[in-house]
Design a protein. Structure first.
Length: 565
């Protein structure tokens, strides 16, 4: 279906990005779409870059693949000068700093944590399309600020921002929507420019984004949305899975396609995922693309489950970190590349003990969510040096020339000890060298420098050969052959401040995201915290049940349950 409203309900690992890009490419190839009239919208710059890269690989150029904010900002930048006779306002670079200045005007002294929470509250209010008065009527205090002070500070923030001719991130969407509503000629121009729309991760759309999408569409119906209600993990930021679940009701002539064949995960991992989400609204029943060898041979499903998904209990958090680190060290020693292993957790605070334990075990690790690869100082330095070397006569082969440039910046063939800034810098430079090693035959230094520049623009980052540590939120959209999901206890997952059905359900969806990142093997761990108040295993472990998880002792984690890679 290339025309009309289409909803693709795509479960984890079902190849939704491939579906999106091949659908667009097919539309262009058959003449149903003009590339310049296609807009593909997603939620992160990295995802948008991936869409552009895949479309280029399919021979499609000219499609606008952007985030909601990037698309709205481009339209504001184009139309604002025509309407107002002046450049569009600048974007606030630090909302917390501006809030602190607004607080000074009101003689209030909130701490930085309160200002951060207020910034989040302002973001939620705007994407939920609520006025300051409507939000104040909910009577929510933030830190030591009562609802009235929250409202006063919000107004002062808006006044200060207007006086400085600035917009914040959410204002970009509000201003673009307001412009389309108030100016028929702007709406007509946008409708003429874009005819066919695709929206990825549609379960994460907020009321404001949904309204902007409606204005972009106008009275047309060429809209394809792709999403998975089970992966709605940003409700706290305004995401509303109802737009995905109710798509067929909103569009009476909609075609609904369900993608439930999982091409990523082993059968046992899918048992865990399906058990966790059983009966939840919009949950898809994931099935493996290829049945496990055990199932094909007629062995019971429990055997496949036991081989790929286990749960391990530890006495305390330190033991848990050491146990996971030892297990990972054993896997690497048996031949598993470190980049094929991830450790996932609910809160950033859990990473410190894990990093320490991994370093003690001689395992290099990278925390996801830090600086982007091409923003790392050593990578920026390397790219600049390679661009400079590209204009000089080459004395050596391409690969030797790249290696010489990197050695001049401090790279060596032997890595420093695991852990620390020196090892991080070495891993980054080694990743640049691997890109050169993987370059096509005949690549020149100039070709390579241009490729690095294009990769940086599209955020097409190389994989560092380290174990990945990540929060569950940051891990969404990624995958690893082996995953350790740690901290599966009450108070951590679900997190202690999650109360009420909706909040617990969001925690369950977070756990589901973590489980479905695993391709080959999944280990869930939790700590009894016996020296303190004590903890209970996560309620989600009970919901998954022993039919999908096998409990093993910590000693069995290290190499004995999985052979080789």
């Amino acid at each position: 279906m290339l025309r009309g409203p289409v909803a693709v309900l795509a479960g984890a690992g079902t190849g939704k990005t491939r579906v999106i890009t091949h659908r667009i490419a097919h539309g262009v190839e058959t003449g149903a779409y003009s590339p310049a009239r296609v807009m593909a919208v997603t939620f992160t710059a990295k995802a948008a870059g991936e869409l552009r890269g895949r479309l280029r690989g399919l021979g499609v150029q000219g499609v606008s693949a952007r985030t909601f904010h990037a698309a709205a900002l481009a339209q504001l930048g184009f139309f604002w000068p025509q309407l107002a006779g002046a450049p569009a306002p600048a974007i606030v670079d630090n909302k917390v700093r501006l809030l602190a200045q607004a607080a000074d005007m009101l003689r209030l002294r909130p701490d930085t944590a309160t200002l951060r929470d207020l910034a989040s509250a302002i973001e939620w209010r705007k994407v939920s399309m609520l006025s300051i008065e409507e939000a104040a009527a909910r009577g929510r205090s933030i830190g030591r600020l009562d609802p009235g002070q929250v409202a006063d500070l919000s107004r002062a923030y808006e006044t200060l921002k207007d006086d400085r001719h600035q917009l914040d991130f959410e204002d970009v969407l509000l201003a673009c929507a307001g412009m389309l509503e108030a100016e028929p000629r702007v709406a007509a121009a946008v409708h003429e420019q874009y005819r066919h729309f695709t929206v990825d991760e549609y379960q994460d759309v907020s009321p404001l984004q949904h309204r902007l999408l409606e204005l972009w569409l106008g009275d047309r119906g060429d809209l394809c949305v792709v999403g998975d209600a089970s992966q709605t993990i940003y409700s706290f930021a305004g995401a509303d899975q109802g737009y995905l679940l109710d798509f067929a009701r909103r569009h009476a002539d909609a075609t609904v396609v369900r993608l439930e064949t999982n091409y990523r995960s082993a059968e046992g991992v899918l048992h865990v995922a399906n058990a966790l989400m059983k009966g939840r609204p919009g949950a898809l029943e994931l099935v493996p693309a290829v049945q496990s060898a055990a199932s094909q041979a007629g062995a019971p499903a429990e055997r496949a489950v036991a081989e790929t998904a286990v749960v391990v209990a530890f006495d305390d958090d330190a033991d848990e970190a050491r146990g996971v680190a030892a297990a990972i060290a054993g896997r690497i020693a048996s031949g598993v590349p470190p980049e094929e292993i991830a450790v996932l957790y609910r809160a950033h605070s859990q990473s410190a003990a894990l990093l320490q334990a991994l370093a003690a075990a001689g395992v290099a690790a990278t925390v996801l969510g830090g600086k982007r690869f091409f923003d790392l100082p050593e990578v920026r330095q390397a790219v600049q040096a390679l661009r400079a070397a590209a204009v000089a006569p080459q004395q050596h082969s391409f690969l030797d020339a790249v290696r010489d440039v990197l050695r001049g910046l401090g790279y060596s063939d032997d890595p420093p000890e695991a852990g620390g800034a020196l090892r991080d810098a070495w891993e980054a430079r080694r990743a640049v060298l691997r890109l050169a090693e993987d370059a096509p035959v005949g690549t020149t230094m100039r070709d390579f420098a241009d490729d690095l520049f294009a990769r940086a623009k599209d955020q097409h980052e190389p994989v560092l050969r380290t174990v990945t540590l990540s929060t569950l939120h940051a891990a969404k959209g990624l995958e690893w052959p082996e995953v350790y999901l740690v901290g599966c206890s009450e108070g951590l997952l679900p997190i202690s401040y999650a109360s009420g059905f909706e909040a617990i359900d969001e925690e369950r969806r977070l756990a589901y995201v973590g489980v479905t990142r695993a391709a080959r093997a999944l280990t869930l761990t939790w700590s009894r915290d016996v020296d303190r108040a004590g903890r209970r295993p996560s309620r989600f472990l009970a919901e998954i049940g022993r039919g999908s998880l096998r409990e093993i002792p910590p000693s069995a984690m290290i190499g004995s349950r999985r052979g080789g890679s």
